[in-house]
Design a protein around this ligand. Structure first.
Ligand code: NAD
Length: 243
């Protein structure tokens, strides 16, 4: 019960890593605002959180839409009675050769990952600063560290998230808010359907099994806890040894 009484908003929580975070955070006592662009997936995660005995509310907005994020976050804060933890986790990863990459394909990657982080943090931070307590956790990627073939747009956006996290962490640490990122290696989720086999093979974890959402969720649980007060501006690599 490391998050007892806390309220968390998780983007992209209808599937994979975000859903794993929602389950584990709820198991540890948090109420959850479940964001996704896909309403059916939101309902699935709401049922999971409720089965853990916690309150769940749907937050169906597109993380790329500044106004929609502001409205969705305000609504979630009202329905949950506060907001203490923000996980900026929504993501896409369609692989494409750089030579064939369209400006639109580049743009959407920046919008979901970089603007998604910007929009979310703009919306949640004022409340966290006011209450002098907050935890922000952005799901980046090992692609930010290594750079991946056919994922130049994704690798750039994920590396951009890390620079953003480090800078924002400095601005808000004295006010009781920490800002960190996790860098998953290969995790068994729906997103792998979008990624080249070559990249998947590169990240097969030496630990001897493929990563599961729970592996990432436990890292996020630590960063969201009171115990992680002294940890900020950090990129926690959770990759089973495939660094
Ligand atoms: P996933 O596809 O299972 O989940 C991603 C969720 O994000 C989906 O439910 C999707 O509907 C939602 N989403 C996409 N665009 C959105 C938008 N504009 N607004 C709101 N929701 C949106 O994939 P996952 O593996 O759980 O991915 C979660 C995060 O982890 C992503 O940021 C991804 O880049 C990152 N990541 C995943 C892996 C991996 O191997 N699975 C590795 C490194 C990083």
């Amino acid at each position: 019960m490391r998050l007892l009484g806390k309220k968390a908003l998780i983007t992209g929580a209808g599937s994979g890593i975000g859903q794993g975070m929602a389950r584990l955070f709820a198991r540890n006592g948090a109420d959850i605002a479940v964001n996704d662009i896909d309403p059916e997936r939101i309902n699935e995660t709401i049922a999971i959180v409720e089965a853990e005995g916690r309150k769940a509310v749907g937050a169906p907005f597109d993380v790329t839409d500044f106004e929609a994020v502001q409205a969705g976050v305000n609504d979630a804060r009202e329905k949950l009675g506060g907001l203490d933890i923000f996980c900026g986790n929504a993501g896409i990863a369609p692989s494409v050769d750089f030579v064939d990459m369209s400006p639109e394909a580049w743009d959407i990657m920046m919008k979901v990952h970089l603007y998604g982080a910007f929009n979310g943090c703009k919306a949640v931070l004022p409340g966290m600063l006011e209450q002098s307590w907050g935890r922000i956790i952005i799901t980046s990627s090992m692609s930010a560290v290594n750079g991946d073939k056919h994922l130049t747009h994704y690798s750039a956006a994920k590396a951009g998230q890390v620079g953003f996290v480090r800078a924002l962490a400095r601005e808000v640490v004295a006010a009781g808010v920490t800002v960190n990122a996790i860098a998953p290696g290969l995790v068994q989720t729906n997103i792998l359907g979008e990624v080249d086999d070559e990249v998947i093979n590169k990240y097969l974890p030496p630990v001897g099994r493929i990563g599961q959402p729970e592996d990432q969720a436990y890292a996020a649980l630590y960063l969201a806890s009171d115990e992680a007060e002294f940890v900020t501006g950090h990129l926690l690599q959770v990759n089973g040894g495939s660094f």
